[in-house]
Design a protein. Structure first.
Length: 289
């Protein structure tokens, strides 16, 4: 006789599926970017990667909001990130300019290097989540450039070329060096800002909302200039994140030294007595001749 499982085990609540649905949408958008690149539709290819980044930004927040986070969702998100931000952008670059890099197809080596850097960055990020002993302030920083930002930065010259017809922006050598540099920054230990914990003061709510409205209007009217400006602003923010990270580390070091236990009262006399004893054991200088 078969025993039917209770209804609650046969049905999943919507809050469990919603984040995974967004992740699947991001995955499909990243794959579609490659299709657009094969067809030479560069604007649609860049837009598809931007849409994938938007879905990736939303799925984690929706999971936390609806309390639908799961191990399955985390694994699916990592696989989607690798495809959308480690494979799709550099494949778009390959079809756009990297395949013209030279004989022997060195442009494909750039594709492999960038994708490998993204995989290593995601693996390091996933394992770092298990470390619960880090200071609270470290949650305000990423180690290296996150993969969505890396994907956008890798396409910077392509985005600029959509508005400015310049042979420099289409240079396969320039784009190869740039993509390799971004890949290195993704796996580096350079601290970059994480905007997940940004808090807005009450008196700043209206200016922030106004700024979001202006940004949305700019994205609608001048999307490529606006995306390029946002990416350049992100690059400019990296030295400031370095300074802020060092300031926090210095504060922790000073607090640790201030809270260090003082030496026991008997330690100093014993050390002081030990020093003369050591000298007495040494032979006189004249006996060394």
């Amino acid at each position: 006789m078969l025993i039917k499982p209770p209804p609650r085990l046969r049905k999943l609540p919507l809050n469990t599926l919603a984040p995974n649905i967004l992740t699947i949408c991001a995955l499909c958008s990243g794959l579609t970017a490659i299709r657009f690149a094969i067809a030479g539709q560069w604007k649609f290819a860049v837009a598809a990667i931007a849409v994938a980044a938007l879905f990736d930004m939303l799925d984690g927040r929706v999971a936390r909001l609806l309390k639908g986070a799961s191990r399955f969702g985390a694994e699916l998100d990592s696989l989607s990130d690798f495809l959308c931000f480690g494979v799709a952008p550099v494949m778009v670059l390959y079809f756009w300019t990297l395949r013209d890099l030279g004989n022997g197809n060195p442009g494909w080596l750039v594709v492999l290097a960038f994708a490998t850097c993204t995989a290593l960055r995601l693996a390091r990020f996933n394992t770092a989540l298990e470390d619960t002993e880090k200071p609270v302030w470290t949650g305000s920083f990423f180690t290296g450039i996150p993969s969505p930002a890396g994907a956008g930065l890798a396409l910077l010259f392509m985005i600029l070329s959509l508005e400015v017809d310049s042979a420099l922006f289409r240079s396969p050598f320039l784009n190869a060096i740039w993509a390799l540099g971004i890949g290195f920054l993704m796996i580096s230990k350079v601290p970059t800002y994480s905007f997940k914990r940004v808090r807005v003061k009450r008196e700043a709510v209206l200016p922030v909302l106004l700024g979001v409205g202006v940004l949305a209007a700019l994205l609608m009217n001048e999307p490529w200039y606006t995306l390029a400006a946002l990416e350049i602003a992100y690059i400019i923010s990296i030295p400031f994140s370095l300074r802020a990270h060092e300031r926090f580390k210095r504060g922790d070091a000073e607090a640790a030294s201030a809270n260090a236990p003082a030496p026991a009262p008997g330690d100093a006399p014993r050390d002081a007595a030990a020093a003369p004893a050591a000298k007495d054991d040494e032979p006189p200088a004249r006996q060394l001749h």
